[in-house]
Write a protein that binds this ligand. Sequence first.
Ligand SMILES: Nc1ncnc2c1ncn2[C@@H]1O[C@H](COP(=O)(O)OP(=O)(O)OP(=O)(O)O)[C@@H](O)[C@H]1O
Length: 231
Amino acid sequence: MLSVSGLNQYYGESHTLWDVDLNLEKGECLCVMGRNGVGKTTLLKSVMGLLPAATGKIEFDGKDLSKKAAEERARAGIGYVPQGREIFPLLTVEENLETGLQARADRSRKIPARIYELFPVLHDMRHRRGGDLSGGQQQQLAIGRALALDPTLLILDEPTEGIQPNIVDMIGKVIKTLNKEEGLTVLLVEQKLQFARATADRFAIIDRGSKVAEDDIGALSDDLVKKYLTV
Ligand SMILES: Nc1ncnc2c1ncn2[C@@H]1O[C@H](COP(=O)(O)OP(=O)(O)OP(=O)(O)O)[C@@H](O)[C@H]1O
């Protein structure tokens, strides 16, 4: 469904991603892992078209998106939950969700009821400003906003970062439901091992800008964790 091949990316003189390949089958959940600063966010932003790729190809559903703008990638069915959530603090919860509707292929302007079913707190707080929400509520809002475009691929960048444990569990369950019961394909960056093991089918490890390992999540051994993930 998603195929990244030969991706190289630079910040000025600094070569950040080196010949990265990544393949995601329809319906699976792949977790990209690695220590801080190895290039995980850069990889997701390159897939989303938020950063220019120096070389490489990004195909989604058989279409070459390499030269397409971020809006077109969203319109193709890719929902994105950025690191740090990036919700609009002065817009209400409802208005934040409506921004996600703009990329819908069917041009519907109605917030899907499913979003409020998954995250009831967003319904309760729909007239409150985004900036008034707690971190966990903002994360639910960021996921809801990405779901508003009715994506077939959901990309999440560290959705559990700085979130209290009960909300982490809840977000994990929602991702699992969307992935396993509703067939949504998921590409996730996550540093929490337990969360990755509970949520993902496969993992890919990035180290200093290169992919160094990739396998079924059950094969994520203590050796790999020690070598590439623990600090
Ligand atoms: N806008 C930027 N300009 C220059 N260098 C950057 C920029 N953004 C990131 N970098 C550098 O690129 C490298 C990869 O950063 P990136 O954010 O992709 O890593 P990461 O694996 O997502 O890290 P983290 O887990 O801390 O989010 C790091 O060395 C970082 O300092």
